[in-house]
Design a protein around this ligand. Structure first.
Ligand code: SAM
Length: 281
């Protein structure tokens, strides 16, 4: 009997998640990071960046539905959406389910992530070939500082706040995001684990709270990220994600959604006491 082989994600040096490996499909090094795609026995294909699980075919729908739909159903008529990071294409796929969206610009710093996702994980990357999708391989920090284009929703689907992603968690980036957001603009940002990265959530909340009139934290569970509970910050130019949310919009949209619904939307903004205390609520 062949000995089982595992692919391990060691997280913060204190917790390890192992996925039973079927075969390694790709490993490459860009000027930013190491990108891998592996086939697993129980979680489909995984995209890993510097050994950290980014996407698993088995549960990516949760993350990508939750990073996109609360904002796109809150905004009265989202037409132009900017996704920063998200080179696997899953967020773009969910954004383009909204018929009102005319243009979705993806700004991903590492072309190797897009190429390997297109080749090995079509489940998420196929959306990048949609005629409404426009893929730019460049730094999101630079893009928001220089673009004259305006967007209804900005989604920051980035890696953790180090390396190329570090400045995506800083005040000047969010001042530029506010500049390019339209009147009812919303920005949703990957903020990490409330259990393992509460300082990231705290900092992001503090920074965006100084720049935007409405800032909330949105939680969701998922299978493959350490701790199984993850957070987004949710900042707007005025709309409140719960008070201004119209559940009927989901019903009329008749969209194929496997996780997100009106009840999940409302519950996602209800926070546990330890997180409320951390963000001063
Ligand atoms: N869902 C994942 C998570 O929660 O960590 C993120 C997925 S996506 C693959 C993260 C992407 O952010 C990576 O492909 C990385 O190259 C990209 N990224 C990091 N810094 C960036 C920057 N400054 N501009 C654009 N993309 C960036």
């Amino acid at each position: 009997m062949r000995k089982a082989v595992w692919v391990d994600e060691v997280y913060q040096g204190i917790v390890r998640t192992s996925f039973k490996l079927k075969r390694r499909l790709f490993k490459g090094k860009s000027s930013f990071q190491t990108v891998e795609v592996v086939e697993t026995t129980g979680h489909g294909r995984l995209l890993l960046i510097d050994g950290m699980t980014m996407v698993s075919e088995r549960d990516e729908f949760v993350y990508h539905e939750m990073i996109a739909h609360p904002a796109l159903f809150l905004h009265p008529k989202p037409r132009r959406v900017l996704v920063i990071g998200g080179g696997d294409g899953g967020t773009v796929r969910e954004v383009l389910k909204h018929r009102s969206v005319e243009r979705c610009v993806l700004v991903e710093i590492d072309g190797l992530v897009v190429e390997s996702s297109r080749r090995y994980i079509p489940q998420t990357a196929a959306a990048l070939s949609d005629k409404r999708a426009h893929v730019l391989i460049e730094d999101g920090v630079k893009f928001v500082a220089e673009t004259e284009e305006h967007f209804d929703v900005v989604i920051v689907d980035s890696t953790e706040p180090f390396g190329p992603a570090k400045e995506l968690f800083g005040p000047s980036f969010y001042k530029n995001v506010k500049r390019i957001l339209s009147e009812d603009g919303i920005v949703v940002s990957q903020a990490g684990s409330p259990f393992y990265e509460i300082s990231t959530i705290k900092n992001l909340f503090r920074i965006t709270n100084k720049i935007f009139p409405v800032v909330e934290v949105c939680l969701f569970n998922n299978l493959t990220y350490p701790g199984g509970l993850w957070a987004f910050t949710f900042a707007t130019k005025g709309l409140h994600p719960v008070k201004d949310f119209r559940p009927a919009r989901i019903l009329t949209a008749k969209m194929r959604l496997r996780w997100y619904n009106a009840g999940i939307h409302a519950a996602a903004f209800a926070l546990p006491n330890f997180l409320k205390a951390a963000i001063g609520r």
